[in-house]
Design a protein around this ligand. Structure first.
Ligand SMILES: [Zn+2]
Length: 331
């Protein structure tokens, strides 16, 4: 008679313990683990930094290495991961497929970082070149490739610049918001999450100081990029971004548009222009050849690959700083 009673008590105790652990309802999963799903690398990295050594928390990203974060489509398995996640961290307006999956599968278990990070409209630089970009992209989007046109549309013509992680201060704000969210879901480890976010923020402060110092005295303040991802960075460190293709990661340009870009770059007389990776196929390489301008890599860090100039955000940002110091001729 005692055995079954004990067994019941044990089960009750377990249930009470789980309840006492405080995860509200669906969170923390049936397995006692916490599954965090993120949209793309900078969100994944921030979540990993905030989670740190807290056991039983998994962090995954929906954007696999080498795929364009802006151009993401989700597999059924990934939609399942969103459905099963305890927390989905995403950046509304950046990845339409993730926005849709969150809205359908996880509206109550999600953190939209754009709700806490102040996004700005794309800068004046973009507006200056807006006429050309707009014509060109419209032609591209409507005439051709529906698939690409659709994805680029979501990004190009969005009113806000999504590339907040290239600004250390905005990125730290995202880290703090992730910590608050995790602390609410998993209060037992709240102190760890908040302390880890603070350490992340301090690392970002250091990075910010290095950029500030490294870019304090440069011969050129106009930076020519292909993917116009560096508006926040440019604003922060006194540079002036000119995007070759507007805010699209990759865009095809007509021969006429290429000739026009070539003339623009020649007129700017910059010592270097920036491609977004060493993977090739970047318009900067073509423009560089046409104009005899040096091409350096400035990585928007939307994902890491073997070709990335480092193994994490900070390493690639420091490589970006070196590229900028060389390309803008900073002392
Ligand atoms: Zn981008």
């Amino acid at each position: 008679m005692t055995r079954p009673t004990l067994a019941v008590s044990g089960a009750l105790a377990t249930a009470l313990l789980l309840t006492a652990c405080g995860s509200d309802g669906a969170s923390a999963g049936d397995d006692g683990r916490l599954s965090v799903v993120t949209g793309f690398y900078p969100l994944e990295y921030a979540a990993e930094r905030v989670v740190g050594d807290v056991p039983g928390v998994t962090v995954e990203t929906l954007t696999s290495p080498g795929t364009d974060a802006h151009d993401l489509e989700l597999s059924p398995r990934q939609v399942g991961a969103v459905q099963d996640a305890d927390l989905v961290i995403f950046s509304a307006g950046m990845q339409a497929a993730v926005d849709a999956a969150v809205a359908e599968q996880a509206p109550d278990r999600s953190l939209d970082v754009t709700s806490v990070v102040a996004l700005a409209e794309t800068g004046d630089d973009h507006e200056d070149h807006g006429d050309h970009d707009h014509e060109d992209h419209d032609g591209h989007d409507h005439e051709g490739h529906d698939h690409e046109g659709h994805d680029h549309d979501g990004h190009d013509h969005g009113p806000l610049d999504p590339h907040f992680w290239l600004d250390p201060e905005r990125y730290a704000a995202a880290g703090a918001a992730i910590a608050e969210e995790l602390a609410a879901i998993d209060p037992v480890n709240a102190e760890d999450y908040l302390a880890n976010a603070e350490a992340f923020s301090q690392d970002l402060d250091e990075l910010d100081a290095e950029f500030r110092e490294g870019l304090a005295s440069c011969e050129h303040d106009t930076m020519v990029t292909t993917h116009e991802a560096f508006g926040y960075l440019a604003d922060r460190y006194g540079l002036h971004q000119v995007g070759i293709t507007g805010i699209t990661p990759e865009a095809e340009a007509s021969p006429a548009r290429m000739a026009e870009i070539t003339r623009e770059v020649e007129a700017l007389a910059v010592p270097a222009i920036y491609a977004q990776s060493t993977l090739g196929g970047d318009l900067a390489e073509v423009i560089g050849r046409e104009t005899g301008t040096q091409v350096l890599v400035l990585d928007p860090i939307e994902g890491l690959t073997d070709a990335s100039a480092g193994n994490d955000y900070f390493q690639v940002m420091r490589a970006n700083l070196e590229a900028l110091r060389q390309g803008q001729v900073c002392s």
